[in-house]
Design a protein around this ligand. Sequence first.
Ligand code: HSE
Length: 301
Amino acid sequence: MIVKAFSSSANLGAGYDILALAHNAFEDTIEIEAKNSSELDIKVEGEGVPLAVEKNSASYALYELLREYNVRAKVRLKVIKGIPAGLGLGSSGASAAAAVYGANELFKLGLSRQELVKFAMKGEIASSGSPHPDNVAASLIGGVISVVNPNSIKVEQVPINLDFELILIIPLVKIEAKTKKAREMVPKQIEISKYVANARYLSSLILGFIKGDRELIRLGLNDDIVEKSREPLFPYYPKIKEVSLLNNAIGACVSGAGPTIAIFVDSMSDKNKIIDESLKVCKAYGYECIYKLAKVSGGAW
Ligand code: HSE
């Protein structure tokens, strides 16, 4: 069986570990096959991916799912990466989402996409050391998702009533263990004023999506806590945001833990100028960046 899952951008400003958006910029593919066996045995294949089950987000998520449901089989899992890793595009989450989605079909486990999030997120332990559910939920379910309960893993789709596209500004860099490092940069304590500002951004963004109101989305795509603390990983971000807003983008945010920047645009935005100026900003900061246009996508299929 062949299954695919799209890339995603997590956080969307103030929604750290809460919000994520699936987009069709890139996709990962997995092939999964199984033979009868008296024990569970997973063999990982793929170019440029970790081959140890516990080191690979897809196989680790798959292992957790099959172990929970007592599945005994010899499983061959091939991971074909289309989503570049370490750039804040939900690469590890998409492979994990595709793997659990495929296993659910193959072994007829009858779980919903929501129920699969719990297992897919375990895959994030393999790649970043922590089981955050945002990227995997977006890649599994599609659209914009909100993690409303991280303990019982309840995830809801946010209705979107505005037609927009994303311009992803993607620096061609490789930072080892980036997500882990980026998570360590987030402050453990914050001032109440920052908390209030962030709560306001989050509510504006969600209201903006529901009402289809670009001004609310613009107000909402901000973050005074997590993006700020991680800025050394993407020093070009404030300037890219500035040139984007000057050219009438809806807004801009860091994609996941960065270093990719996601710029929200619609028919009122000067897309070409935003792309040109953003790439110039990258250069001025000494980064080589590419851009990719994307639309909000559906879940794994
Ligand atoms: N919410 C996670 C973070 C996403 O910002 O660390 C990581 O891809």
